[in-house]
Design a protein around this ligand. Structure first.
Ligand code: ACO
Length: 436
């Protein structure tokens, strides 16, 4: 952390003593005012629910410039990574700080590939779920349960354990997601195939059956790999902050990542891709492009609580760079599958165009986010809608674990413990039940 020569001075209108606060500069992005000693100096907390102006940690992993619409993993623009690298190279970058050379790539790929199977006992655990359970309910359970299966990598204070846990999580998430899918459709689980790529293996475990040969389509494999890259990390979002907060208690990595999965499930976060596609279906059912005007009217009506799902972002006040790449992939996949005239894609494009010209969206700087198009791609690949968020969780696992390990590796880290502004009753006495 580099201290700035400028200092902030906090003054009080009641004549209380001024407090000088240090300011730190990052490599890029806004400076931060250090308020760690504020309570000791003033007896006051700061108040920032929703973390609108609060940096919760120092990090060297991902950088977003929301105004420019820029996303960098370890300094590399997402566009270059999505075009020139595959997901496992991206995982290496996020975990270890740099892209692998050819030899490092081979070693890392081998390491991940050798951990793709899950303990055979996990399928019996999975069997306890209802067949119609939501995949995210299953994933929350399965990921948490990994701590019961891999005892030799649960000591978060041991760097070796942290690394093995990271590799296991990255390697086994596709297997678990595919198992959750196969379970809900009543098909046999397909074991991982180690001669396939990370994305190719996932397609195999999802769509192959023991009855016939399954050939992985290179276009779909590349599209899925890109979805994984685009979702791999996104600095201190809700689920990543959940993982950090959960892990700050010293809990094991599998439990912390399960907390991230649970957080991601919500429709304001990872659940948005499912919600965005369902929204497109609803508009389509109501009459398609003709009904966009009516739908937008509802979205703008403050009393309706209808949102344009896949639009808006806490940080991006410009086009989400991932949405552009996803739109490109969407065209490629639909072309490959002969679905160029896919009505949902057309509807999404028309909706985007109208929203981007509408004063409501323009004035609030609401642009499409990554989820606006990712659902259309996944649906075209044949992935069922309820599985979308599980795929997001699969891809984000590397970001979660890289951020968790970054935090735990810092000797100065502390358990996360926010404070509050108490608005409840002051102290009072319990009355006997007859007098209440
Ligand atoms: N549709 C309609 N209006 C919206 C939308 C939207 N999708 N998003 C924000 N707004 C409006 C809000 O109503 C608010 O209007 P107001 O100023 O008149 O009250 C204004 O824009 C600011 O929005 P906030 O909700 O205050 O912004 P916040 O940063 O808290 O929320 C969020 C960001 C949760 C992503 C929000 O934009 C949203 O709910 N979008 C839809 C869900 C979605 O796509 N989520 C995916 C996020 S990306 C990801 O997780 C991968």
């Amino acid at each position: 952390m580099k201290a700035s020569e400028t200092k902030a001075t906090l003054s009080f209108s009641n004549g209380g003593q001024n407090v000088e606060l240090p300011i730190y500069k990052g490599t890029m992005g806004p400076d931060v005012i250090d308020i760690r000693k504020l309570y000791a100096q003033t007896g006051m907390f700061t108040y920032d629910p929703g973390f609108m102006s609060t940096a919760s940690c120092e990090s060297a992993i991902t950088y977003i410039d929301g105004d420019k619409g820029e996303l960098l993993y370890r300094g590399y623009p997402i566009e270059q990574l999505a075009t020139n690298c595959d997901f496992l190279e991206t995982c290496h970058l996020l975990l270890y700080g740099d892209l692998p050379n050819a030899e490092q790539k081979t070693t890392f790929t081998k390491l991940v590939t050798n951990h793709t199977m899950v303990n055979e006992q996990m399928q019996f655990f999975l069997r306890g779920f209802r067949r119609d359970a939501h995949p995210m309910a299953i994933m929350t359970g399965l990921v948490g349960a990994m701590s019961a299966f891999y005892h030799d990598s649960t000591d978060i204070t041991n760097p070796k354990h942290r690394e093995i846990a990271a590799i296991r999580l990255i390697a086994k998430m596709p297997t678990l997601v595919a198992m959750a899918y196969k379970y809900t459709v009543g098909q046999p689980y397909m074991y991982p195939k180690n001669d396939l790529s990370y994305a190719g293996n996932f397609l195999h475990m999802m769509f192959a059956t023991p009855c016939e040969e399954y050939k992985v389509s290179p276009v779909l494999e590349r599209a899925l790999d890109r979805i994984f890259i685009l979702h791999a990390d996104h600095e201190q979002n809700a689920s990543t902050s959940t993982v950090r907060l959960c892990g700050s208690s010293g809990t094991n990595p599998f439990a912390a990542i399960a907390a991230g999965v649970a957080c991601l499930w919500g429709p304001a976060h990872g659940g948005a891709n499912e919600a965005a596609l369902n929204m497109l279906y609803d508009i389509q059912k109501a009459g398609g492009v003709e009904k966009i005007g009516e739908f937008i009217k509802q979205v703008k009506d403050k009393n309706s609580s209808v949102k344009l799902m896949g639009f808006g972002h806490r940080v991006y006040k410009n086009y989400d760079p991932r949405a552009k790449l996803m739109q490109e992939t969407c065209r490629e996949v639909l072309g490959e599958l002969g679905l160029e005239n896919d009505p949902l894609f057309k509807l999404a494009m028309a909706l985007e165009k109208i929203a981007l010209e509408d004063e409501y969206f323009v004035s609030r700087k609401l642009y499409p986010n990554v989820d606006f198009y990712s659902g259309i791609v996944q649906r075209a690949i044949g992935i069922p809608v309820p599985l979308f968020t599980a795929i997001f969780a699969l891809a984000r696992t590397v970001g979660w674990i890289a951020q968790l390990n970054e935090m735990i590796g810092d000797p100065d880290y502390k358990i996360g413990r926010p404070r509050q502004l108490f608005e409840g009753s002051s102290k009072r006495d319990v009355k006997p039940i007859a007098q209440r």
